[in-house]
Design a protein around this ligand. Sequence first.
Ligand SMILES: [Zn+2]
Length: 59
Amino acid sequence: MRIITHTCSACGTVVAANELEDNRVMKCPGLGCQEVLRFDDLSEDAREHFLDHRDRYQI
Ligand SMILES: [Zn+2]
């Protein structure tokens, strides 16, 4: 299974796509990082793949 993640451009924290999808917009979980991460930050290809297979990404 393909792992879809987003890497914060400010601090390098890696966030799983399902966390972004749950929240759509979330503050970066990185310590002291104020960056806002969005599901839309994922590439279109990654978003489509995730939404097509979202049931497999539920934990
Ligand atoms: Zn960050």
